[in-house]
Design a protein around this ligand. Structure first.
Ligand SMILES: *Cc1c(COP(=O)(O)O)cnc(C)c1O
Length: 382
């Protein structure tokens, strides 16, 4: 009954984990869910208030502008200028997304012909792969290894693959490894993309979640970046708005136009009231972001210290709300965590073949629950 492309899709990992979680819950297990990267913190009240006000105005009840309201696109441009010093033309270089997943899932349709390559990090956000498969492209994995600080080695990509590639995904601060982009890496990406005529898509969903004084850059700050690519960002992680479905793609006008044209044909834009709330989030006070980072940093420290005490050699993440923990066999280990300790962690292999040997903990639960998880792990025969 299903089209053949359906059989190429991997089972969406989080759906499978959800089923395993439901089974444990049915048994009455008090689960500590450090699996899915969905903030437990609430959306800031002033943003919720802005939604309520906008939702009551019937002007906002119609089909939205496909690309996003001009006021939303200006707010995005204003935020990029203030946060990164990047200047954007709000008309041509900004498009609203229903979260960055929307943009990642659809951009392949604009740039990838059947059989073309897409370069994607492994481990990586699963939609880089599935979006490519929907466009009938081929994924070339760029392994993110600890010995390389979880940065892809672009010179390892075979010349013929690089020449036949249409999109290069980069994602720093990185999900799932927690790695950050080192000085000079983005310059290397710009040169590589220019030499091989590849569109760079920088997935910057975690730019605002960082610790120890680190502030993540935008790819677009790099000289030449605007000529070769775009960046996607989202309000999901920054303002705890995962359920609201709003984000943006910004950068090269031609690339933005291509993505926008696909979207015009498959969706009808983001609810105007949500865009009004997003304007409030981007233009208003940013203390809520700092507060969230403080909370995550405390959790990170508790989890890292606990895991180190149990003998794990864990890299210290300077950004994102993930901790990437080396283990022997990730499926076996995450299975044991679930059944013996009631802890949900994501097996690294779910993010690609090079994720084997790791599990990902999301620090999206309060400190007390993280401490409890460490206590439960201490009682396991690890
Ligand atoms: C969460 C996440 C996204 C998508 O988030 P949206 O809610 O769709 O904006 C994209 N990329 C990465 C790496 C993520 O972790």
């Amino acid at each position: 009954m299903y089209a053949s492309r359906m059989s190429n899709l991997p089972p969406y990992l989080f759906a499978r984990i959800d089923a395993m979680k439901a089974e444990q819950r049915k048994k009455g297990v008090d689960l500590i869910d450090l699996g899915v990267g969905d903030p437990d913190l609430a959306t800031p009240p002033h943003v919720v208030e802005a939604l309520c006000t906008a939702a009551k105005d019937s002007k906002n009840h119609h089909y939205p502008d496909y690309a996003g309201m001009p006021a939303y696109r200006s707010a995005v441009a204003g935020w990029y200028r203030k946060r990164f010093g990047v200047t954007l033309d709000a008309d041509k270089e900004v498009v609203a997304l229903m979260g960055s997943k929307d943009g990642i899932a659809h951009i392949g349709e604009a740039f990838v012909n059947p059989g073309d390559y897409v370069l994607a990090p492994s481990p990586g956000y699963p939609v880089y792969r599935t979006g490519t498969l929907f466009a009938e492209g081929k994924v070339h994995d760029m392994p993110l290894l600890r010995e390389n600080n979880f940065i892809p080695v672009l010179s390892d990509i075979p010349k013929n693959v690089a020449k036949a590639a249409k999109i290069l995904y980069i994602n720093y601060p990185n999900n799932p490894t927690g790695a950050i982009a080192p000085e000079g890496f983005y310059k290397e990406v710009v040169d590589f993309a220019r030499d091989n005529e590849i569109v760079v898509v920088s997935d910057n969903a975690y730019s605002e979640i960082s610790f120890d004084g680190y502030r993540a850059p935008s790819f677009l700050q790099t000289k030449g970046a605007m000529e070769v690519g775009i960046e996607m960002h989202s309000l999901s992680k920054t303002y705890n708005m995962t359920g609201w479905r709003i984000g943006m793609a910004v950068g090269n006008a031609e690339v933005i136009a291509g993505l926008g044209r696909v979207k015009t044909n498959v969706d009808s834009g983001v609810f105007d009231a949500v865009q009004h709330a997003a304007i409030t989030a981007l233009s208003g006070p940013q203390d809520c972001v700092k507060d969230a980072c403080r909370i995550y940093q405390e959790r990170r420290d508790v989890l890292i210290k606990g895991l180190q005490g149990l003998g794990f050699d864990v890299p210290l993440p300077r950004a994102t709300f993930y901790v990437w923990v080396p283990v022997k066999d990730c499926m076996a280990f995450s299975g044991r965590l679930l059944t013996e300790a009631g802890i949900v962690a994501t097996p690294g292999v779910g993010f690609g073949a090079s994720g084997e040997g790791y599990v990902r903990f999301a620090i999206t639960r309060p400190v007390a629950r993280i401490q409890e998880a460490i206590e439960r792990m201490r009682k396991m025969q690890l």
